[in-house]
Design a protein around this ligand. Structure first.
Ligand code: SF4
Length: 214
């Protein structure tokens, strides 16, 4: 039984509360969405089949205990929860980036889930599985990529409807690259006094001309 792997690499974690830390990335192939601002289209199909043992071997080659499983959408592959649990059993801290449309209950509770809620500007907001929000635990994080004011209002309304205040998990608002100025989003957050964290994609600041994270 294999997972289709797009790439495994070592870089700086660029998003989430773990931003800035060295991290091993396991990018799995395939995604069930086609967001208009997607910057990892190369992960839709490209990849090689690898058994979990081989992935573990490549991960072990780096001297780092933080691993992020990303994509694409990692939960499109049935074996992803097994990979996550295997990494955790070996003592790694595991982050999962997921687009919020797949049921997250299959994921080991010890894994730190960074879950998107897709806003209308993505073109995929109809596919959100909002039931996932109640399955997040206190170490997880909820992320909205904001392209414009309409997305900002959408995100605010989702939070008002689904999360009691103060929010049970950290909430990240990230301006979509090249579509919304961070300063504009910062103004909206401050004006509303919203208890969310403005998040910039650190890897794009460090390596602005590089298509991939490194
Ligand atoms: S969910 Fe992520 S990988 Fe999939 S299309 Fe959207 S941005 Fe791209």
């Amino acid at each position: 039984m294999n997972l289709k792997v797009n790439e495994i690499f070592y870089s700086i974690q660029g998003e989430s509360l773990y931003a800035g830390l060295p991290c091993i990335f396991v990018r799995l192939s395939g995604c069930n969405l086609r967001c208009v601002y997607c910057d990892t289209k190369y992960a839709y199909d490209e990849g090689i089949q690898m058994p979990i043992n081989d992935i573990m071997g490549q991960v072990a080659a780096y001297h780092c205990r933080l691993v992020e499983i990303t994509g694409g959408e990692p939960l499109c592959q049935d074996l992803t929860p097994d990979l996550i649990s295997t990494l955790i059993e070996k003592g790694y801290t595991v982050l999962l980036e997921t687009n919020g449309t797949m049921d997250i209950r299959c994921v080991d509770n010890r894994c730190i889930k960074i879950m998107d809620i897709k806003c209308p500007g993505s073109g995929e907001s109809e596919k959100n599985n909002l039931n996932n929000i109640e399955h997040l635990t206190t170490h997880d994080q909820l992320k909205f990529v904001i392209t414009d004011k309409n997305d900002y209002v959408f995100a605010k309304n989702i939070l008002a409807k689904t999360c009691p205040s103060p929010f049970p998990v950290p909430v990240l608002f990230s301006p979509a690259n090249d579509l919304l100025e961070p300063a504009v989003l910062a103004d909206w957050i401050l004006k509303d006094g919203l208890d969310v964290r403005l998040q910039l994609q650190l890897h794009k600041i460090i390596w602005p001309d590089v298509e991939r994270k490194r």
